[in-house]
Ligand binder design. Structure first.
Ligand code: ATP
Ligand code: MG
Ligand code: FE
Length: 352
C-alpha cells in the first residue's frame, strides 16, 4: 500500500510517499519539503497567517513533485495521511483540507496523524531503526517530553517541560544574542567557537526528583548576562566583531546548560524505567553536542541510542506518512470513516 503524508502544522510544508509492504518495514519512497524560514525571519518568529497562506501555495506543487519522483499517479495512493495536530490551527487546516479533498476525489480513506507521534517514530526511517520498548526524548520547538514507548500507540508520559521547550530555549536565547530565527542551529554553530564554562548558567530542575524540565529561567539568565554586558537590545553591540568571542562563550554556555539537563534527565528516565534504549526525536535532536554527550553517556552504560536522519529531525512529511503506515501495520487505524475535515490545534499525545 502507498501512503501519502502531508505535514503543515507550523512553518514547513512537507509531503511524502511511504510504501507499506505486506511484510516488513515501511519504506520512504519520496519526500519533498518547503521551509518558510526565510519568509518568517524578518519577523523573528512564525506569523500564523503568512504560514497558512504559504502552505496553500506550496502543498500541491510538492505533492506533484513526490508523485513524479516516485513515478506514481495520484490514483496509486491508497491512504491520505495528514497532520491533524497539534499546531497552528490555520496551518493545520490547509493540510487537512488538501487531504480531505484528495481522499474524497480518489475515493480513498484519510488518516489524521499526531505530529509528535510523527517525530517520535521518525527514527524508524533511519539506517539504524530502534526496537520497542524505549525511552523517547522528544525535543522540538514546541515540546520537551520524556516518554515510555512500548509500541505504536502505547505512549506513557514520564515528564515534560513546565514552561519553555528546549527548542524554544535555544531560539529565545539566540534571539537575545541577535542571531537569526530559528536560533537553534545558529546558536549551536556560534557555540563551536566558545568556551562552555565561560558563563555561569543554571541547570533548571536538574535535581527536581522528577522527570520534568524548565527552561524559562535559563533564558532569563542569558538575558541577565547581556544586561550586565550592556548589549541587551543593542544590535550594534551584538554585531560588533570585538564582542563575538564573548557571544560565542555565552552561546557555548547556554548550549551546555540545555544539553546537560536533557542528557541527565534522559539517563534518569532510563534508570526509572529500567529500559536500555533511548530514541531522540524533534528538531533539537539535530544538535551535535546533544548527540555527542548522549552517545558518550550511553555507550558507557551499554544503552543504545537512536536518532532520525539529520534531515528528518525537524518537521517533514515523511514522518507523517510513516506514522500512518505504522498505525495501519499495527491495526490501529480506522479507515472506515468517511473523510472528515478535522484538526486539533491542542492535542495530548498520551490521549491518542
Ligand atoms: P513541535 O514539533 O513541538 O510542534 P516544531 O515542529 O516547531 O515544534 P521542530 O521542527 O521539531 O519543532 O524543531 C524546530 C526546533 O529545533 C527549533 O526550535 C530549532 O531551533 C531547533 N533546532 C534545529 N536544529 C537545531 C540544532 N542543531 N541545535 C539546536 N536546536 C536546533
Ligand atoms: Mg519548523
Ligand atoms: Fe515538529
Amino acid at each position: 500500500r502507498l501512503i501519502l503524508g502531508v505535514e503543515s502544522s507550523c512553518d514547513e510544508t512537507g509531503v511524502a510517499l511511504v510504501a507499506l509492504p505486506p511484510e516488513g518495514a515501511p519504506r520512504l519512497v519520496s519526500h519533498a519539503l518547503h521551509s518558510q524560514i526565510d519568509m518568517h525571519q524578518a519577523y523573528g518568529g512564525v506569523v500564523p497567517e503568512l504560514a497558512s497562506r504559504d502552505h496553500i501555495r506550496r502543498v500541491v506543487p510538492l505533492t506533484r513533485q513526490v508523485l513524479q519522483e516516485a513515478q506514481c499517479a495520484m490514483a496509486d495512493v491508497d491512504v491520505v495521511a495528514y497532520t491533524r495536530g497539534p499546531g497552528l490551527a490555520g496551518a493545520l487546516l490547509v493540510g487537512a483540507g488538501v487531504a480531505c479533498a484528495l481522499a474524497t476525489s480518489l475515493g480513498r480513506p484519510m488518516l489524521g496523524v499526531h505530529h509528535l507521534e510523527g517525530h517520535l517514530l521518525s527514527p524508524f526511517l533511519s539506517v539504524d531503526p530502534p526496537e520497542f520498548p524505549f525511552v523517547a526524548l522528544l525535543v522540538s520547538g514546541g515540546h520537551t517530553q520524556l516518554m515510555r514507548v512500548d509500541g505504536v500507540g502505547r505512549y506513557e508520559l514520564l515528564g515534560e517541560t513546565v514552561d519553555d521547550a528546549a527548542g524554544e530555549a535555544f531560539d529565545k536565547s539566540a534571539k537575545l544574542m541577535g542571531l537569526p530565527y530559528p536560533g537553534g542551529p545558529h546558536l549551536s554553530r556560534l557555540a563551536e567557537q566558545g568556551r562552555a564554562d565561560a558563563f555561569a548558567l543554571p541547570r533548571p530542575m536538574l535535581h527536581s526528583g522528577n522527570l520534568d524540565f524548565s527552561f524559562a529561567g535559563l533564558k532569563t539568565a542569558v538575558r541577565t548576562h547581556l544586561v550586565r554586558l550592556g548589549w541587551l537590545d543593542q544590535p550594534a553591540a551584538l554585531a560588533d566583531p570585538a564582542h563575538q568571542a564573548a557571544l560565542a562563550d555565552l552561546a557555548a554556555s547556554t548550549q551546555a546548560a540545555i544539553v546537560e539537563v536533557l542528557v541527565k534527565k534522559s539517563l534518569a528516565a532510563l534508570k526509572a524505567t529500567g529500559l536500555r534504549r533511548v530514541v531522540v526525536a524533534g528538531g533539537v535532536g539535530a544538535n551535535r553536542l546533544l548527540r555527542e554527550q548522549l552517545n558518550q553517556a550511553c555507550v558507557r552504560r551499554g544503552i543504545r541510542v537512536h536518532y532520525p536522519e539529520l534531515h528528518l529531525c525537524t518537521d517533514n512529511g515523511a514522518m507523517i506518512a510513516l506514522a500512518a503506515a505504522m498505525r495501519l501495520q499495527s491495526g490501529q487505524a480506522d479507515l472506515s470513516r468517511e473523510p472528515v475535515f478535522d484538526v486539533r490545534p491542542r492535542w495530548d499525545l498520551s490521549a491518542v
